[in-house]
Write a protein that binds this ligand. Structure first.
Ligand code: HEM
Length: 307
């Protein structure tokens, strides 16, 4: 039976940490640090989204360490500061979480200690990437030994970073599209962001799929393929693949249909509301599906994989 405290702590870590990397990165390639400062007042709140994500991931990391310690030191009276320190310094996953907590603290304070804003974004994205990659050391990514172990570990890190680029961009695009409905000037920024993400989207999805297959090979593998229909872990992966396919369909519609439509409407100063509304609806749906994927993965990581 799953330990829901640990599942919830994993979920609270994953989502915000992916944003901590993916959203500042999107600011850098999607709309440009300069443009972020020129956005209408309400969108500048986007800057604070990264800090809020950091704070949530910080809380999630601490909750996860406490939940893991409570699971290991389960006898009454054993759950002490010494026990927490033993987990933080005496276990591989504890040390990875400890590093993650320190890194997140630096990322949260970056806007106050690093200027100009472009440098803040670069520091936040770099720290965010390290935080996201560190999950490979606290999940099934380190299950294998030798050369196979390195392939699995690198595959898992690539998987996590690709997932973060997608999820981080979704959050920023959703905010830009909400903004563009309130402020006409926001539509151009939204279009620029959509086109920028479209240019890297195919590569991100390809990396996610390839690294997902690597993960599946090591955690299920050809010898246990029937586990996809018979084991809780396998069934969860099926659910995840269905959600992934739905996200892909929405992303393709945005890229090949509604973003060009919005571009044409803005070029001919035609009616943009229809394109903006369907893009907003699709991006909100895609983000919701991504959150469900993260919930599924938070549970999968606590179950024994078939292989
Ligand atoms: C939107 C798409 C996806 C997102 C956001 C996503 C996200 C994630 C995350 C955050 C992890 C946790 C890694 C860890 O704990 O170390 C993970 C693990 C995994 N992913 Fe994905 N993934 C996506 C698509 C896929 C696809 C397409 C596949 C299969 C082809 C896949 C297969 C796996 C497997 C097998 C794991 C290992 C789970 C475990 O820890 O036991 N994922 N994914």
């Amino acid at each position: 039976m799953a330990d829901w405290g640990i599942v919830a702590a994993r979920f609270l870590q994953f989502g915000p940490a992916l944003v901590l990397f993916g959203t500042p990165l999107f600011f850098l390639y999607g709309i440009g640090p300069g443009a972020v400062s020129q956005l209408p007042r309400s969108s500048r709140g986007l800057k604070h989204v990264v800090i809020a994500a950091g704070a949530l991931s910080f809380g999630g990391a601490i909750w996860w360490v406490l939940a893991e310690t409570a699971m290991i030191f389960s006898d009454p009276g054993q759950f002490t500061p010494d026990a927490i320190w033993t987990v933080l310094t005496g276990t591989g996953f504890g040390r990875a979480a400890f590093l993650r907590i320190i890194l997140i603290a630096v990322a949260i304070t970056a806007p106050w200690i690093i200027q100009p804003y472009r440098r803040t974004l670069i520091v936040q994205a770099a720290i965010g990437a390290a935080v996201v990659a560190s999950f490979a050391w606290t999940g099934h990514g380190i299950k294998d030994e030798g050369a196979a172990g390195y392939i699995h570990l690198v595959g898992d890190i690539v998987h996590l970073l690709a997932a973060a680029i997608w999820v981080g961009a979704l959050l920023a695009l959703a905010a830009l599209l909400f903004e563009s409905i309130r402020h006409r000037t926001g539509a151009q920024a939204a279009l620029r962001g959509l086109e920028a993400f479209s240019s890297i989207g195919v590569a991100v999805v390809a990396l996610l799929l390839l690294s997902g297959i690597v993960n599946s090979w090591f955690l299920i593998g050809p010898a246990h393929i029937t586990a996809l229909l018979t084991s809780p872990y396998g069934l969860l992966l099926d659910v995840k693949l269905v959600l992934f396919a739905a996200m892909l369909a929405l992303a393709a519609e945005n890229r090949y249909r509604f973003t060009p439509q919005l571009g044409a409407a803005l070029a001919q100063s035609g009616t943009r509301e229809k394109s903006l509304n369907v893009l907003r609806r699709n991006i909100v749906l895609e983000t919701t599906l991504a959150l469900v994927v993260l919930a599924v993965v938070s549970l999968m990581g606590t179950l024994e994989p078939p292989a």
